[in-house]
Design a protein around this ligand. Sequence first.
Ligand SMILES: Cc1ncc(COP(=O)(O)O)c(C=O)c1O
Length: 379
Amino acid sequence: MVRHIPFNRPSLIGNEIKYIRDAVRLGQLAGDGTYTGKCQDVICTLTAARKSLITHSCTAALEMAAVLCDLGSGDEVIMPSFTFVSTANAVVLRGATPVFVDIDPLTLNMDPAEVAKHVTPQTRAIFAVHYAGFPADMDALAEIAKAHDLMLVEDAAQALGATYKGRLAGSLGDMATLSFHETKNIISGEGGALTLNREDLFERAEIIREKGTNRSQFFRGQVDKYTWVDVGSSYLPGELIAAYLFAQLEAHSTILARRQAIFDTYMEAFAPFEELGKITRTKTPPHCVGNGHMFYLQLPDLKARTRFIKEMGERDINTPFHYVPLHSAPAGLKFGRTTGPLPCTDHVADTLVRLPMYFDLGPDIETVIGAASEILQTL
Ligand SMILES: Cc1ncc(COP(=O)(O)O)c(C=O)c1O
């Protein structure tokens, strides 16, 4: 019988259930308890960020980042079109305008030359996405940000544990956002974090996460009552989520090693097809070390990609494409501004396909490689 191979499957790594039981025993299920603190300490270690705040999603962390950037009507934020909707929604929710630029075909990350070209007097921030866990060219982006006094935010949803010039994702800008959604390396079902590298943002970030109140200061005994002091929302996850997440974070090096081994196996298996010019494999941008988050292939065109996905599906193997570009999406047209044609974004969106990647993939990787090779031979 053919066994279904999904694109992603969440796994228990070890102590998740034990820690959830412990959180119940400790008697606090609301957020900001023992496990929230433990997660935040590990996240600071894994990102080298100065402070971290866990959230209920990366989407939530992006919304917090948009508030911390003080975005408002008339402001612009430069970002790739080839990203998840949350990068742009966070900006739109503040009344500001996402400005979509093209990606670099060699990195699939935002092209700094395009960013520099499209800074205007209205630009307030750059939101850089680290696609497939490989950091964007952050030195080049930091230079642009510095020259124009812009905030630099890393959308590091996929990039926990990856490095750029030996520096960890999450500490490469003013702040960064992480995802612990079940499709990521480290998971808690839904989950995320905001990391901060500027001390002047610490206090306000806590307030935004706690519905605009100074509740965190109250619990630390810094104020004698807590009250509404700023805009904010409910971005804090409960302790059950934090307990699950802590078990995963503790196992970070085991998870990363397993995923990297899968990545390496795929790279080796598909090298001959790249040599034949049939595909290109996942690109590692200069100065970057990835985190085994994703393995993708790029096929020659949309027709070949459609056929590949269909024929993998017939073998019961799920190989999805990825982002539908935001600049041409209905909401992108309504709320965003595009800097002209984005040919690389459109091409990558049409040709990229992702292969199954998860902790327990095991020997099924050979089935995936065998099926994909069979199809690629006929292209
Ligand atoms: C680049 C990027 N940003 C943000 C998100 C949103 O993450 P979450 O599902 O944790 O809100 C994703 C989700 O995949 C993503 O790929």
